[in-house]
Design a protein around this ligand. Structure first.
Ligand code: ADP
Ligand code: FBP
Length: 313
């Protein structure tokens, strides 16, 4: 069973706004509302791939109840810690004309010390049932910033691969816990190293710095340009075809779900990368956030071109 951890879930609302302009009012069709936050997108996609998944994290208030009801309605197994704060809402404005995506992501509730303690115990308990643990997204206020590092240490003791997708300080500290794999996008990798990455060579160097800290794989996602997987031994590049995109929000989450699924199935590293990219692409062609059709994923896998980059390096 794959355990997904969403410390800061969200109701994700996305709007299609043609010619979106800052400082202007826009009349729009009703928003598309989903149970989100990165970890819940990952969970939904895992379920769509037919993996057994259990979602955990922190949920509170009426937004928290809405999310639980949503998960129940699609039979997604969950075991969240109930908190006193109100779970957040995140907004995405998608402009199909300009091809832009503008997001407003609330910081979320403040977690008390006692809730942190209770969640730590809860997490340790749930790990007993897991063969892969995925932690995704930002951390709500009150959560100690090395919490992902701690999760890395707990899972390593139990010999469970730990996959981490976060940003900023949570990523910097999370890397110290030596997760099995991290999935930064270009912006997150740049923020981690604190400098511009102007070409592929510089991106590879930055990813190698992270591998040298004990992370097995850095899955660097590059949006419509595909992805690069940097491992202790292999560097693989995935190129993807151009496609008509409807909503790329949640593509990173779908990619991570695809990678976890591939690991669980024992795919080769090259097929795992192709499969992960195909999941990101399959999400991008759907209207919904964090949603893939398995048949579409399977159709896209052979269209991903994976080539080794480290021959002769
Ligand atoms: N516009 C796009 N066209 C085709 N595939 C995409 C597009 N955006 C994302 N993807 C797929 O999803 C993966 C993850 O997307 P990316 O935008 O890099 O992640 P994140 O959402 O974390 O920033 C990409 O590597 C690619 O396979
Ligand atoms: O937890 P964070 O980092 O605030 O991000 C939350 C947001 O990320 C998303 O999961 C989208 O992530 P990606 O587009 O990077 O896959 C939204 O669903 C959500 O609103």
């Amino acid at each position: 069973m794959i355990l997904t951890v969403t410390l800061n879930p969200a109701i994700d609302v996305s709007y299609h706004v043609q010619h979106f302009q800052i400082g202007h009012g826009h009349r729009v069709e009703n928003g598309n509302k989903t149970a989100g936050g990165k970890g819940l997108n990952v969970s939904r996609v895992l379920q769509q791939l037919n993996s057994e998944v259990l979602c955990t994290g922190l949920l509170g208030g009426s937004t928290g109840t809405w999310i639980k009801n949503q998960l129940d309605s699609v039979n997604l197994m969950h075991d969240f810690l109930e908190i006193t704060g109100e779970t957040r809402t995140c907004l995405a404005m998608l402009d199909p004309i300009a091809g832009t995506q503008t997001e407003l992501m609330e910081r979320g509730p403040t977690i008390s010390k006692e809730e942190v303690e209770r969640f730590r115990d809860h997490f340790k308990h749930l790990c007993q049932k897991a063969n892969i643990v995925i932690a995704s997204g930002s951390m709500p206020k009150g959560m100690p910033s090395p919490f992902y590092q701690e999760m890395g240490e707990i899972t390593r003791e139990l010999h469970i691969p730990f996959l981490l997708d976060t940003s900023g300080n949570a990523l910097t500290e999370g890397i110290e816990g030596r997760p099995f794999l991290i999935k930064p996008n270009e912006m997150e990798l740049r923020a981690y190293v604190g400098r511009e990455l102007s070409n592929e060579e510089e991106m590879l160097e930055a990813a190698k710095i992270i591998c040298n800290k004990g992370v097995q794989y850095v899955l660097l996602s590059l949006g419509s340009k595909g992805a690069i997987l940097v491992g202790q031994e292999n560097i693989l590049k995935a190129e993807i075809p151009e496609m008509e995109v409807k909503n790329p929000v949640g593509s990173g989450d779908s990619m991570l779900a695809g990678m976890a699924y591939a690991l669980q199935q024992g795919f080769s590293i090259s097929k795992s990368l192709a499969f992960a990219c195909a999941c990101g692409m399959a999400n991008a062609v759907e209207e919904q956030t964090g949603y893939v059709e398995k048949v579409v994923v399977e159709k896209l896998v052979p269209q991903v071109k994976v080539t080794p980059l480290n021959e002769g390096r």
